[in-house]
Design a protein around this ligand. Structure first.
Ligand code: IPM
Ligand code: MN
Length: 357
C-alpha cells in the first residue's frame, strides 16, 4: 500500500517522539511491503517563529494533499503567561481541526497489567478499565462567537450545536460501541444547558437504530466523579467539545501515564493522529520523553488505513516493551530508557516478528 503522510512535528518534545513513530512506521513498511511517503510541514510556535502564523496555508495544503496527518505537539511556555498574546501556538491546532473538518476525536484509555500500580487510583478500582472517549472537536464553546462587551469588562463565549454536528459523531460512537462492549454513555449537562438537551434528543432518537447498544446519560459533574470511583462501568463515552477535553485528561490518570495515550481526529476527508500529551517543554531535547503515545497514534493511523494486522503488531510491540520494564522515566523511574531506545525496541520487535500472511 502506498500512503502519503503529512508530518507536523511541532514544538517541544514533538520532533523527538515523532521521529520514533516514523522509525516504527518504517519498520512496518519494510516488513509488510508498504510505501509511506512523509512530507514535513511547520505548525505551532516554531511556525510562528518562522512565518508569524501557527498554521501556515502551506501546511494546510500539504495536509490536504496527504492521506493522513501525523501530529507531534504544539505549545511554548513563552506564550503561557501572556493571555493577551495576539498569536498563540494553540490557535494552529484549532485551525487545522476546523479547516480539515476533524469533527471526531477518539481517545482510547486502557490499563496495562504491569502498570496497574503506577496509577494514583486504587488498583481494584481501575483493574480492567477499558474505555474510549468520543469527543466532538469542531463545534461548541471552542468555536462559538466570543468577545468582549461594552468597555471590555464583560466577556462571552457562545456554545452552539446543530443536529447534523451531533448526528455525525454520534453515528461513529454508536458504531464503535457495537464493535466493543455495546455500551454508550452520553456525557452532558442537560439539566442546565440547551445544547445538552439537543444532544440528548438526537442520541435518544438514534438509539433505536442501534438496538444492541445500551445507552445511558450522565451529567458531566457526576461523570467526572464516576471516572475516578468506578471507571470500569464505561465503554464508549460520547460528549461535546469542552466536556471531552476535561474528561479525557481525567481518564488518562487511569492508565498511569499521559505518555501512553494516543488519539485520532477523524474528518470526512482526512484524519489526524497525535499523542494526547502536550509539548512538555521541560523535557525538550533531553531524549527522555515517552514516545509510546505517538507510536500508538501511528497505530491508530494504520487502523484508519485498514492495515489492522500492522496496527495490532505495533500495539503488541509497545505492550511487550512496557511489560518487560523497557520504558521511559515517566513509568520506569528506577531504570529509565531514552526516547530513542524505546523507539528502537518497538521497531526491532516489529522487524524480528514472524508475520504469517
Ligand atoms: C487537547 C488540548 C487542546 C484542546 C488545546 C491545546 C487547544 O488541550 O487537544 O485536548 O483544548 O483541545
Ligand atoms: Mn486537552
Amino acid at each position: 500500500m502506498n500512503k502519503k503522510i503529512a508530518v507536523l512535528s511541532g514544538d517541544g518534545i514533538g520532533p523527538e517522539v515523532i521521529a520514533q513513530a516514523i522509525k516504527v512506521l518504517d519498520a512496518v513498511a519494510q516488513k509488510f511491503n508498504h510505501q509511506f511517503e512523509y512530507t514535513n510541514a511547520l505548525a505551532g510556535a516554531i511556525a510562528i517563529d518562522k512565518t508569524g502564523n501557527p498554521m501556515p496555508d502551506e501546511t494546510l495544503q500539504v495536509c490536504l494533499e496527504s492521506d493522513a496527518i501525523l501530529f507531534g505537539a504544539i505549545g511554548d511556555p513563552k506564550y503561557d503567561n501572556d493571555p493577551n498574546a495576539k498569536v498563540r501556538p494553540e490557535q494552529g491546532l484549532l485551525k487545522i481541526r476546523k479547516e480539515m473538518g476533524l469533527f471526531c476525536n477518539i481517545r482510547p484509555v486502557t490499563t496495562y497489567e504491569s502498570l496497574i500500580g503506577k496509577s494514583p487510583l486504587k488498583e481494584e478500582r481501575i483493574k480492567g478499565a477499558d474505555l474510549v472517549v468520543y469527543r466532538e472537536l469542531t463545534g461548541g464553546i471552542y468555536f462559538g462567537e466570543k468577545g468582549r462587551k461594552g468597555d471590555g469588562s464583560v466577556a462571552f463565549d457562545n456554545c452552539e450545536y446543530s443536529v447534523g454536528e451531533i448526528e455525525r459523531i454520534a453515528k461513529l460512537a454508536f458504531e464503535a460501541a457495537q464493535a466493543r462492549r455495546k455500551k454508550l454513555t452520553l456525557v452532558d449537562k442537560a439539566n442546565v444547558l440547551e445544547t445538552s438537551r439537543l444532544w440528548r434528543d438526537v442520541v435518544k432518537k438514534m438509539a433505536s437504530q442501534y438496538p444492541d447498544v445500551e445507552v445511558d446519560f450522565l451529567f458531566v459533574d457526576n461523570a467526572a466523579m464516576q471516572m475516578i470511583v468506578a471507571p470500569t462501568q464505561f465503554d464508549v463515552i460520547l460528549t461535546e467539545n469542552m466536556f471531552g477535553d476535561i474528561i479525557s485528561d481525567e481518564a488518562s490518570v487511569i492508565t498511569g501515564s499521559l505518555g501512553l495515550l494516543a488519539s485520532a481526529s477523524i474528518g470526512a476527508k482526512t484524519a489526524m493522529f497525535e499523542p494526547c500529551h502536550g509539548s512538555y517543554p521541560q523535557a525538550a531535547g533531553k531524549n527522555i520523553a515517552n514516545p509510546a503515545a505517538t507510536i500508538l497514534s501511528a497505530a491508530m493511523m494504520l487502523d484508519y488505513f485498514k492495515l489492522f494486522d500492522e496496527a495490532n503488531l505495533i500495539r503488541e510491540a509497545v505492550q511487550n516493551g512496557i511489560d518487560k520494564g523497557l520504558s521511559t522515566i515517566d513509568i520506569n523511574p528506577e531504570n529509565p530508557l531514552s526516547t530513542t531506545a524505546v523507539g528502537d525496541i518497538v521497531a526491532n520487535y516489529i522487524a524480528e516478528s514472524v508475520v504469517t500472511a
